[in-house]
Design a protein. Structure first.
Lengths: 115, 112
């Protein structure tokens, strides 16, 4: 069973604060690391798919980095806004033919941005 | 663009009843997935289909069966529902295993 750990479990910040959270995953047999944003009463929405060690991806005020050798990824949000409030999920895909496309999700970090 | 459509959105069953959850995608994606989401457990993969004509077990397949009817549709069947299967079920699709997954709105299933 693959272990994907996200921390912190929840986070409360003020509007305008910058914040970051962590996703830890197995450092062996790495294929890809996904980040999803999940707003309440909606479905998860893909933010990034990262495949290379050292990858950095950016989408507006949100960015992510990847370290496959040590098995972690950081998600950063610059100048948080109330509409950033959501659960942020990471998911790990292991390399290997029998696991084609299978993602193992972390439990998520719940972000609440207070006005 | 409909994306991934799941039906029904809500369902209440009695223990022992059977039902099929439907999922269809209009993005011509090869891969489709069924997840369940439980409090404190995150999203767990039930079954997936890498391409039309193939299905494979995920992390929690017991008590479920799937059918990849064609490229668009992937259904999940509960043959004899149990209270432990009370959950929110999400269907997802992706162009390939390495691409991001697109999720449906979920089916909230309660088994009494």
């Amino acid at each position: 069973i693959l272990n994907v750990e996200q921390s912190p479990q929840s986070l409360h910040v003020q509007e305008g604060d910058s914040t970051n959270f962590t996703c830890g995953f197995p450092s062996s047999n790495f294929y890809a690391l996904h980040w999803y944003r999940w707003e309440t009463a909606k479905s998860p929405e893909a933010l990034f798919v990262m495949t290379l060690n050292g990858d950095e991806k950016k989408k507006g005020r949100i960015s992510a980095t990847l370290n496959t050798k040590e098995g972690y990824s950081y998600l950063y949000i610059k100048g948080s806004q109330p509409e950033d409030s959501a659960t942020y999920l990471c998911a790990f895909r292991i390399a290997g033919g029998t696991s084609y496309g299978k993602l193992t999700f972390g439990q998520g970090t719940i972000l609440t941005v207070h006005p | 663009n409909a994306g991934v459509t799941q039906t029904p959105k809500f369902q209440v069953l009695k223990t022992g009843q059977s039902m099929t959850l439907q999922c269809a995608q209009d993005m011509n994606h090869n891969s489709m997935y069924w997840y369940r989401q439980d409090p404190g457990m995150g999203l767990r993969l039930i079954y997936y289909s890498a391409s039309e004509g193939t299905t494979d077990k995920g992390e929690v397949p017991n008590g479920y069966n799937v059918s990849r009817l064609n490229k668009r549709e992937f259904s999940l069947r509960l043959e004899s529902a149990a209270p432990s299967q009370t959950s929110v079920y999400f269907c997802a699709s992706s162009e390939a295993g390495s691409q991001p997954q697109h999720f449906g709105d979920g089916t909230r299933l309660s088994i009494l």
